[in-house]
Write a protein that binds this ligand. Structure first.
Ligand code: C5P
Length: 214
């Protein structure tokens, strides 16, 4: 099974469906995020995702435990259960455990991936919100908390994948964006790795958007 999930970043059902049809047979799955989900909801996801194309639903849930549990249960309305869903590690242990319990009850095959520190935040931004330890320490702290609370793994940048694989062991899922083949344009990604290097560093899955969709 290919480790590649193709990021389909569009609010348009027809465009997303066309991409899924053309790339679906060649990759491990597709990723739909907030842009698509808020425009089209569960119905839109049902239209795009066919049988046999695993879905990574990147909704980055972050709320009180009861609300996050309810959101996870609502995924039971999807015709095909997603393979992966993101939650924010900063929601804390009780929120992560509530997501895990709801998953176990309604969509048992779903793997929960925790987002630790958004890669758009640097150490200055973290200091502004009261985190003084620097980004790598904070990423490791939140990744440990997530997996210890029952999450199946993390989304992390190429910069962090080796450290997280080392800390979390071989079972954890590590979904890595910021992937560019040798010679491809980095676009707005600042820190990139080739697919080979990311896998060698310990990624279990790769999120690749524009190098495939454009
Ligand atoms: O087109 P590209 O390969 O850069 O797409 C990467 C995908 O991964 C996009 O959907 C982007 O939002 C997502 N992503 C990212 N960096 C993160 C988290 C998610 O690029 N830290």
């Amino acid at each position: 099974m290919s480790p590649v999930f193709v990021a389909i970043d569009t609010p348009d059902v027809a465009a997303a469906t066309a991409l899924r049809q053309s790339v679906g047979p060649h990759v491990g799955g597709i990723k739909l995020g907030l842009e698509f989900f808020l425009a089209n909801g569960v119905e839109g996801v049902n239209q795009v995702v066919g049988e046999g194309v695993p879905l990574f639903l990147d909704l980055k849930l972050h709320d009180i435990p009861n609300t996050v549990a309810g959101a996870v249960r609502s995924l039971g309305r999807l015709e095909h259960a997603p393979a992966f869903l993101t939650i924010h590690a900063q929601g804390g242990r009780a929120m992560i455990e509530a997501a895990v319990a709801a998953r176990d009850a309604v969509v048992p095959g779903l793997k929960l991936l925790a987002v630790t520190v958004l890669t758009s935040l640097d150490d200055v931004d973290l200091a502004d919100i009261g985190v003084s330890s620097g980004s790598l320490d904070q990423v490791k702290r939140l990744a440990y908390l997530s997996v210890d609370s029952g999450a199946d793994g993390c989304v992390c940048s190429p910069k962090e994948v080796a450290a997280l694989r080392d800390m979390l062991g071989s079972e954890a899922a590590l979904m890595v964006p910021g992937i560019r083949p040798t010679g491809a344009s980095a676009g707005d990604q600042k820190r990139v790795m080739t697919p080979r290097d990311a896998m060698d560093a310990g990624a279990s899955h790769l999120v690749i958007g524009r190098p495939i969709t454009r």
